[in-house]
Design a protein around this ligand. Structure first.
Ligand SMILES: [Zn+2]
Length: 344
């Protein structure tokens, strides 16, 4: 059976080339590369899915989620950095605006200090094309929202860079703009006012999405991820005791496979039950072969996760998050979408 789900796409998402990341002080090749999106797109087309070109959208849905200062920084910093003639070929922070340094918050005048006001790690570099790609990813997500608001039961946003680690006024974790949060916020606005549920099955906690919707009753967030207490990104958030009536964290021990992972996905689905629409933050980095996480989920596990979430029976937008093993990323995404499409 060919996939019926439409997927949205923009070539501009390929323009971001972080040229590696700085991890424990060393420049490493990094794994969030444009070839990820191309591998997924190839698998989707081979499976019969229909490609829909992303349409440009204005900044209002983005401004509902992110501070104007962050958006201006991401839009402008590469040109300023390049003009300053600095020795690094990418924007990378060397100081950080720790809360005890910023009792009277201000953005530094030095271009080399400015990133410390907005980025919380050294792994999320900005270069030529970063803004264009991150902004295009938002258009890819918003075009998937358009499809679902227009009556499609399911649409998939094939976008990168990913977004679920991006906060209202800060970014990190290879994420710049929170595509998943923009999607949920826009579904609330354009459907019945919520609640909309976000279920994040990326291997890492969706800290940005959790924090962006904290204290709001119109978006519920659930995240299934490797336990940050076992030493995994995002380290500072993602613990079970952050759960409340609007947020559910389900941290899992390293080595968790299909049984434990699917049990948590089912719990997240129960938490999402009753929402008028669903956003699935689809990271496929929980898969066994993925280099970025110690979870060992199979392709059949991703298909079953799709079935569990599809059984909620509500309009659903799937937004691509992580997934870094180029040989399997496409078949994992196809499996999850097949499950969503064939759920009873
Ligand atoms: Zn991840």
């Amino acid at each position: 059976m060919p996939l019926r789900v439409p997927f949205t796409w923009s070539d501009d998402c390929l323009r971001h080339d972080p040229a590696g990341e700085v991890w424990v002080g060393v420049r490493t090749p990094g794994s969030e590369v444009a070839a990820r999106a191309e591998a997924i797109r190839t698998a989707l087309l081979a499976a019969g899915a229909r490609q829909v070109a992303a349409a440009p959208h204005d900044d209002a849905p983005l401004a509902a989620v992110h501070d104007a200062e962050l958006l201006a920084f991401l839009r402008e910093i590469w040109a300023d950095w390049a003009a300053a003639g600095l020795p690094s070929d990418r924007v990378v922070p060397y100081v950080f605006a720790h809360r005890e340094l910023t009792s009277s918050p201000r953005v530094p005048s030095a271009v080399w200090a400015r990133p410390g006001s907005f980025v919380y790690d050294t792994m999320t570099l900005v270069g030529p094309g970063t803004w264009e790609a991150a902004r295009a990813a938002v258009d890819v997500a918003l075009t998937a929202v358009d499809l679902v608001v227009g009556g499609e039961p399911l649409a998939y946003a094939c976008c990168r860079p990913p977004g679920h680690h991006a906060l209202r006024s800060a970014f990190g974790g290879s994420c710049y703009l929170n595509n998943t949060a923009v999607t949920a916020s826009e579904l609330v606005r354009r459907l019945g006012g919520g609640p909309v549920a976000v279920v994040d099955i990326d291997a890492h906690h969706g800290n940005g999405t959790q924090e962006l919707f904290a204290g709001r009753s119109d978006v519920r967030t659930a995240s299934v991820h490797v336990d940050p207490g076992a030493g995994w990104f995002p380290h500072f958030l993602g613990f079970a005791d952050e759960s409340d009536e609007a947020n559910l964290n389900l941290p899992l021990p390293p080595g968790t496979g299909d049984d434990g992972w699917l049990g948590a996905v089912a719990e997240a689905a129960s938490f999402a039950d009753g929402a008028e629409a669903l956003v699935v933050a689809l990271g496929v980095d929980a898969a066994a072969a993925d280099p970025e996480s110690p979870l060992v989920v199979t392709e059949a596990g991703y298909r079953q996760a799709g079935r569990i979430l599809g059984a909620l029976g509500v309009p659903t937008v799937v937004v691509q998050e992580g997934g870094y093993e180029l040989a399997t990323i496409g078949s994992l995404v196809v499996a999850a979408l097949e499950g969503l499409e064939t759920a009873e």
